[in-house]
Write a protein that binds this ligand. Structure first.
Ligand SMILES: [Zn+2]
Length: 75
C-alpha cells in the first residue's frame, strides 16, 4: 500500500487520493479517477511529450517521474 504518497492529477494538477475501497485514485479537484494502470499510462504519455515551450509542465513531469520511480522502488 502506498497511501502515504500523494500523486497529482494529470489533467488539472489537483491532488489524487487513493480510494482503497474502489482501488483507484480520485482527483480532489476535478473528480477524475485513475486505476493504477491508468495513472501509469497517463504518466507515460506525459513523459513522451517533449514540449520545450512549457517549462512548468516539464518540471511537473519531472516531479511525476521522481514520484513514480520512488513508488516503484518501494514495492
Ligand atoms: Zn483533476
Amino acid at each position: 500500500m502506498e497511501e502515504n504518497i500523494t500523486p497529482y492529477c494529470t489533467e488539472c494538477g489537483g491532488k489524487l487520493k487513493w480510494d482503497a475501497k474502489f482501488r483507484h485514485y480520485s482527483c480532489q479537484s476535478c473528480g477524475l479517477t485513475y486505476t493504477e494502470a491508468e495513472l501509469s499510462r497517463a504518466l507515460e504519455k506525459l513523459y513522451d511529450r517533449d514540449d520545450d515551450e512549457d517549462e512548468k509542465r516539464k518540471q511537473r513531469n519531472q516531479d511525476y517521474l521522481d514520484w513514480w520511480t520512488s513508488s516503484k522502488k518501494k514495492k
